[in-house]
Design a protein around this ligand. Structure first.
Ligand code: BGC
Length: 764
């Protein structure tokens, strides 16, 4: 096999580059584009990943051996119960019903639980330690309420489509950043004894027709094999490597085969290539056949849609599904239950409807402090001129504008999963009240919400200063003459079940311009469920500072005020690209709206989403991926690159067994890159150092390292970026393996994907 070299991939769309690079003459020869090859039989889990898994499998086998076929079928399906999903129990063998619950940012629909920042906000911190603490705090709340399986974290959608309705649940539009989050959050959750369920596997990149309905089948996400591995499966690999116990298969078709009956995705990639030991749970009502889904590798269905249960028993009795497959489904579920130690002692579910009287199990602990910390750490400062921020003692009189400043008229109303947590407003561009989470099953249910207005009032009253406000006017009356600053708060809403119709809205843009017209120090705060374009006002000379304040959770106002007043120096970085014009996203702006009976979404852009696309097309973004300002300044120096001495052969050793996460050598560190960073300003602040690599035959640069480094004024620290074999490899569609190319790799370290300060080259 020969490669055509760097330029092919850099100048042509990925599919063509795959064709050229791999020696194919046309698209139809490229393996798996739009086709999902059959991979059977379903691999039988065996626990070879670790002695702990092995022991868990041993226990599971001995219990499964005592079960009747009906009991086995019962364990693999949803039953009525208190949680959003409940598996069938086998009381005779002390196998309880397992409780499955949302959301990835807090236990939804419950009282006395926390409303954490959403995934996209956590990603904007670029802080691995905070990501772990987030997962751990979440996990402890699930554990405290007897939830066995937490339905998160989310790495799908990744964010292919700028207006995608659920991008905010995930961890940003880059597989390496998302992967970093998946590792830490998975570990955090599972260290509390709760089983994490990484979702949605795979290619659920838009909401439009994600499910079949009166118009026909669901959309099919058609993607080439290389892109599938290097972009979409990549962050899930990290979660698997971190030991995730469950994977949720997604709603839509993937290369034409429904994701929950897709033998290539489940039997092939997940259970063979990536050695998954745990169980696959369907997304809710994502099962469309009984026998096919069983044989393709689905292990448990939620809720019971009638395909399994007695029908699965019959399918096993008549030989359509092998006994071995049914045993494997149950073994995987029980082994995961054993591996997390839940069999020893686990509270029964304390999950209630709003109308139920129950003993209060308060699981909030001190999580509010962490929520506040992540809230400010994920806040991204994108403009700051004329010394607008932070506020100082001279800031005596602040005016507050906009519907996002106060809390909404009523908090979340209905704890049912369809209503979501905080509230679902189908088709809305903005949320009337401060936005702290998105809508749908991923919404949280905060115990309270500290609004920006409340937190500003607290601060102003403590300092005995003055505050004025107008939440509702589109054109507020001119600012007070004594006014020092005008803070305008707007938002951009998104929810499960629909994609966004705009990345901006006229009312909010008018509001900002109207305030700026009369106020020379206008500070815009934007709470947004994903990308929000700002070109309607960003260059207005009176707009002196702009904060992308994300979806920060229940402590929203405190997190914001900490940054506004300089108690915390902003260090958040954008986990996506903010374009100047919506049209700059091109075919990746909108979901593909089709009314066909078999709608197709062709991922013809291949690897080129978000900043990879902007870089390739030489489109200058308004704010690039990884961008964010600080209250201090940093200097980068002393880039060093060292080989670790680990093997750099093109392929891994075939005689080493696969474990969960993939071949173990994929995780070997091959290169150490180090550099020094100095805080050259006068405030203590963290810097987020980012490393990008050009992998030959791939995009011009791809994120392959990040570290958030707290620095006192004048302090210098060395940062280490370990580059693994996987980080540097491409997916070879012919060899069906990750391949390390023998080539030169250019590496850059800097403060964003475009503010690259140090450069080097290494050879493999
Ligand atoms: C969502 C999942 C969620 C499930 C259970 C589905 O509609 O896609 O993410 O976990 O519902 O609420």
């Amino acid at each position: 096999m020969k490669y055509a070299g760097t330029l092919v991939a850099a100048t042509a769309i990925s599919l063509i580059s795959v064709c050229a690079a791999e020696g194919y003459t046309n698209e139809s020869e490229v393996p798996y584009y739009g086709r999902s090859p059959a991979v059977y039989p379903s691999p039988v889990g065996n626990g070879t990943t670790s002695p702990t898994w092995e022991e868990a499998y041993r226990r599971a086998h001995s219990v499964v051996a005592q079960m009747t076929i009906e009991e086995k079928a019962n364990v693999t399906r949803g039953v009525e119960g208190p949680c959003v999903g409940n598996s069938g129990a086998v009381p005779r063998l002390s196998i309880p019903s397992l409780c499955f619950a949302d959301a990835p940012n807090g236990l939804r629909g419950q009282e006395f639980v926390s409303g954490f920042p959403a995934g996209i906000h956590v990603a904007a911190t670029w802080d691995r330690a905070l990501m772990y603490r987030y997962g751990h705090a979440l996990g402890s709340e699930y554990d405290g309420r007897g939830v066995n399986v937490a339905l998160g974290p989310v790495a799908g959608p990744l964010g292919r489509v700028a207006r995608g309705g659920r991008n905010w649940e995930g961890l940003g539009a880059d597989p390496y950043l998302a992967g970093g989050g998946m590792v830490e959050i998975t570990r955090g959750i599972q260290d509390t004894g709760v089983i994490a369920s990484a979702k949605h596997w795979l290619l659920n990149e838009e909401e439009w027709r994600r499910n079949p309905g009166s118009m026909g089948e669901s959309l099919s996400s058609n993607v080439d094999d290389r892109t599938l591995h290097e972009l979409y499966a990549f962050p899930f690999m990290d979660s698997l490597r971190a030991g995730v116990g469950s994977i949720m298969c997604s709603y839509q078709r993937a290369n034409h085969s429904y994701a929950c009956q897709n033998s290539k995705l489940l039997n092939g990639i997940l259970k063979t290539e990536l050695g998954f030991e745990g169980f696959v749970v369907s997304d809710w009502d994502a099962q469309h056949t009984g026998v096919a889904s069983a044989n393709a590798g689905l292990d448990i269905v939620m809720p019971d849609g009638g395909f399994w249960g007695a029908n699965l028993t019959m399918a096993v009795q008549n030989g359509s599904v092998g006994t071995e497959r049914l045993d494997d489904m149950v073994t995987r579920i029980l082994a995961t239950w054993y591996v997390t130690g839940q069999y020893e002692k686990y509270p029964s579910p304390a999950i209630y409807s709003a109308s139920e009287l129950h003993a209060v199990v308060d699981v909030q602990a001190d999580h509010a402090d962490l929520i506040r910390e992540i809230g400010s750490a994920g806040t991204v400062l994108v403009k700051n001129v004329n010394g607008a921020l932070p506020f100082t003692n001279a800031t005596r009189f602040v005016s507050v504008y906009g519907y996002d400043a106060p809390v909404s008229a009523s908090p979340w109303t209905n704890p049912s999963r369809y209503m979501g947590g905080y509230e679902v407003n189908f088709g809305w561009e903005t949320y009337n009240g401060t936005l702290i989470t998105g809508g749908g099953s991923g919404g949280s249910t905060p115990p309270y919400v500290v609004s920006p207005f409340q937190a500003l009032q607290e601060r102003v009253s403590r300092q005995r200063r003055t505050l004025r406000w107008d939440f509702f006017s589109e054109a507020p009356t001119p600012a007070y003459v004594n006014n020092d600053a005008c803070v305008v708060l707007i938002n951009a809403y998104a929810s499960e079940a629909f994609d966004r119709t705009s990345l901006t809205d006229r009312f909010s843009d008018n509001l900002v311009n109207n305030v700026a017209k009369n106020c020379t120090n206008t500070i815009v705060v934007l709470h947004s469920a994903g990308i929000r374009t700002v070109d309607a006002w960003i260059d207005h000379p009176n707009v002196t500072a702009v904060l992308f304040a994300g979806l920060p959770g229940q402590e929203s106002g405190h997190s914001l005020v900490d940054v506004l007043y300089g108690d915390v120096s902003p260090s958040g970085r954008l986990p996506y690209t903010v374009a100047k014009n919506e049209s700059d996203y091109g075919s990746l702006l909108n979901s593909t709206v089709s009314f066909d009976a078999f709608p197709e979404v062709n991922f013809t852009e291949g690897l080129y989403i978000d900043y990879r696309a902007f870089d390739r097309q030489r489109i200058e973004p308004r704010f690039e991926f990884g961008f964010g300002l600080s209250y201090t300044t940093f200097q980068y120096s002393d880039l060093r690159i060292e080989a670790t001495g680990n093997s750099t052969s093109p392929f891994v050793n075939p005689n080493v067994a696969i474990v969960q996460g993939g071949h173990p050598e994929l995780w070997d560190t091959l290169i150490h890159v180090t550099c020094s960073i100095t805080n050259t300003g006068h405030r203590s602040a963290p810097e987020v150092a980012q490393l990008y690599v050009h992998i030959p035959s791939g995009p011009v640069r791809q994120l392959r390292g990040f570290e958030r480094v707290p620095l006192e004024p004048g302090e210098t620290k060395q940062v280490l970026f370990p580059l693994t074999r996987r980080d540097l490899s491409v997916w070879d569609v012919v060899a069906q393996q990750w391949r390390l190319q023998t080539a030169n790799y250019t590496v850059s370290v800097g403060a964003s994907s475009r503010d690259l300060k140090l450069h080097g080259v290494f050879e493999i």
